[in-house]
Design a protein around this ligand. Sequence first.
Ligand SMILES: C[S@@+](CC[C@H](N)C(=O)[O-])C[C@H]1O[C@@H](n2cnc3c(N)ncnc32)[C@H](O)[C@@H]1O
Length: 249
Amino acid sequence: MDVYISSAQQPQGLVGTLQEDGTGGPSGDCNKVESSLRSLQTFVPADYASYTQEHYQFAGKTIVIQESIESYGAVVWPGATALCQYLEEHTEELNLQDAKILEIGAGPGLVSIVASILGAQVTATDLPDVLGNLQYNLLKNTLKRTAHLPEVKELVWGEHLEQNFPKSAFYYDYVLASDVVYHHYFLDKLLATMVHLSQPGTVVLWANKFRFSTDYEFLDKFKQVFDTTLLAEYPESSVKLFKGLLKWD
Ligand SMILES: C[S@@+](CC[C@H](N)C(=O)[O-])C[C@H]1O[C@@H](n2cnc3c(N)ncnc32)[C@H](O)[C@@H]1O
């Protein structure tokens, strides 16, 4: 099964306009910002009826996410809301202020947005097709709200990792991942990516809805290479949140 459906298309058709507090609504004096957001948009659903603006409350803010059911990477998954809840409830303990964070499979960006609002320096990554929508959501929700504007970068699991994210140049305090494990063919590459991005001290926070036997098989492999702690469970959504520290033996 391929993991995404949409293909990159011309910028067009954004829904809503940007307010200074990032909540959307009728256009005011933000035309400049909106036009720069338009130019960043590359993911466009074929069926405009599938576009929605979903509202989330985290870190004391309303976060508006442009979602489309046409792509796995354009919908907020349950692992993302669980991870956001954990981040906002443990901000000080996790020392998120100015922390360097990379999110893999960021999708529409909710986790990266919340981490940015909580003070972290965030790089949100995903497959090329969803980066436009990701960038749009990030800018819309973090402009004038964060100390560090989040970045967006392409990261295809297992591909050109040392070339694009050389260990000598990139260090992350946290690697975040929500609902990146499901029924797809890239699980070994996903694990290799988590390993590559981990250096001494890097903490992987992986939240996932557990549905399939393959999810538990991935967890077994994860535990072989990471010292693993179950940080939280969300029974209402079957999401488990794990902390992983790469084993260095
Ligand atoms: C189920 S969605 C989860 C999105 C988001 N993390 C969330 O929880 O709302 C899985 C994400 O992984 C990304 N993805 C899937 N296969 C990938 C690959 N081979 N390389 C990089 N990203 C991939 C998809 O584009 C998508 O954004």
